[in-house]
Structure formats: C-alpha cells, structure tokens
Design a protein around this ligand. Structure first.
Ligand code: SAH
Length: 259
C-alpha cells in the first residue's frame, strides 16, 4: 500500500493542489492532525475513515516530553496501515501546509522508508509563505527585502537558533510556532541589532474563515494578543498590506518610497 503524505495547504480548500484534492476525494483512510481546516474534509467521501492523530493524549504538549512518543505512535500507525491488506485502498496522511516544512513529515517519510512501505510526497502550499501572501504581505519586495528566513520559534529552553545572526542578516524573518515565545524572540532580535521599531505582522489562521492579521513592532510584539496557529512576519515588508480592500495603501506606499 502506498501512503500518500499530502500537504493540505494553509486552510482554504481552494488552495489545495489539484493532486491533493483528488487524493482527498478518493481516500479510504485519512490520517490528519489539528492544523487541517475542517472545510477540507467536505471534499472527502462520507465513508472515509478519519483518524485524528491531533487529538491523541500528549499531542498538545508537542514541544516537550509527550511529543516524541506520540510522533513514534504516528509513525507506527502509518507503517501498520501501509503494511496491511487492502490493496485497493487509498491511504493519505494529511498535514497542514507543506508536509516537509516543520510538522515532522520528514520523520514520517523516513519511518515508512525504513519499513519498506511505499510512499509518495505531495507538496502543499506552506503557511510560511502563503500566510503572509494571504495577508497582503510580500515576503520579498524589491528595494525592501531580498531574502526570507523561515525559522521555528518554539524551542526556547534549548534554542539553537542564532537570533543575533538572523538579526544581522537583514531581510524578512518568518517565525513558525512562535506565538508562545514571541516576547523572547523579539527581545533576542533587538539584542542582536534589529531596531525595536521593526514592523511585525502576525497572521492567525491564514486563509481560514477566521483569518486575522495583527500589526505591531518588535517592541510591541510581546504585548500583542495572538493565538496559535499563527505565522509571525518580521521586517519592513510586514508594514505592507497589499490587498485591494486595504485602507493602509498610503502607509504602504510611504514604506516603499522611504527606501
Ligand atoms: N507544515 C506546516 C507547518 C507546520 S508547523 C506548513 O508548511 O505550513 C505548525 C506551525 O505552522 C504553526 O505553529 C504556525 O506557525 C504555522 N501554521 C500552520 N498553518 C497555519 C495557518 N493556517 N495560519 C497561520 N499559521 C499556520
């Protein structure tokens, strides 16, 4: 049995790839986690078996102890499903965004490879890039930012990210899983030399019906009331708001022309 490791994109079902939509519609078994927008399941067959590994005990404590055990349970589940009978069944492992951008899809693929279970990776739109775009923020913009760094923000205790180096690098920083430690991240970037006035945009539940964008600065980020899942965009592009409904167009224009 081939296991399809499918990226579900950031949320909006219309942002699924054609291949992901086809596989979801054909699936007999869907193993998914919390980050999948519920509207995506409307495409699935009513008879499909849905296994919500996001609700397992320990999952919410993802960052620390329970996490690796839970991840190994997911790996074993995928191996068991892939080794089982039912040659004509379509089994998909549905992951938010792109399966190989955080979210541990690489580990699942490695477990399948080790167990000799055939698998296929179906890339998806990662919220790291699609989230900012959905909020009208180009992560790179001529004259403002020529690079984007996507970084995890959840490992404060044993943080191996060199925030000072990131601060010096310039360009746009997109922090994933950073809501909890946003104050410490902002402080580390300011300590590393980024101005405390650097614009920040937090995009909560990008492309979900409840999408929300909160604008602040590095100095204000810690006080901004945000909830996960969210991507945090740090850098001058975060002041842009290129949506046709925007009322900030003149502000955006100022940012562009000031450079
Ligand atoms: N593979 C996913 C990322 C998984 S890590 C991807 O490529 O998008 C989980 C983190 O992704 C969350 O903590 C959050 O930072 C981000 N995230 C995922 N979906 C999101 C969404 N719809 N809106 C905002 N952030 C999202």
């Amino acid at each position: 049995m081939t296991i399809h490791l499918v990226g579900a994109g950031p949320g909006d079902p219309e942002l699924l790839t054609v291949k992901a939509a086809r596989l979801i519609a054909a699936a007999d078994v869907i193993v998914h986690d919390r980050l999948v927008d519920p509207r995506i399941f409307d495409i699935a067959s009513p008879g499909a078996e849905r296994i919500d590994v996001g609700k397992r005990p320990g999952w919410s404590a993802t960052k620390r102890p329970g996490w690796s055990a839970t991840q190994s349970q997911i790996n074993s589940l995928l191996v068991t499903l892939g080794s089982g009978p039912g040659r004509h069944r379509t089994i998909i492992r549905l992951k938010g965004g792109d399966p190989f951008v955080f979210g541990r899809g690489g580990e699942e693929a490695a477990a399948l490879q080790e167990a000799d279970v055939p698998y296929e990776i179906v890339p998806g739109l990662s919220s790291s890039l699609a989230g900012p775009a959905a909020a009208g923020i180009p992560v790179t913009h001529r004259g403002i930012s020529a690079s984007v760094t996507v970084v995890a923000g959840h490992r404060e205790g044993h943080d191996d990210t060199d925030w000072a180096a990131l601060a010096r690098l310039g360009g746009t920083i997109v922090v994933m899983m950073g809501v909890e430690h946003r104050a410490a991240i902002a402080a580390a970037l300011v300590a590393g030399g980024r101005s405390s006035c650097t614009p920040v945009a937090v995009i909560e539940r990008a492309t979900w019906e409840s999408q929300r964008t909160l604008r602040s600065t590095l100095a204000e980020l810690g006080e901004t009331d945000v909830s996960a899942p969210a991507v945090i965009v740090i850098g001058d592009v975060a002041a842009l708001s290129l949506t046709s409904q925007t009322t900030d167009a003149r502000f955006a224009q100022r940012v562009v022309s000031e450079r």
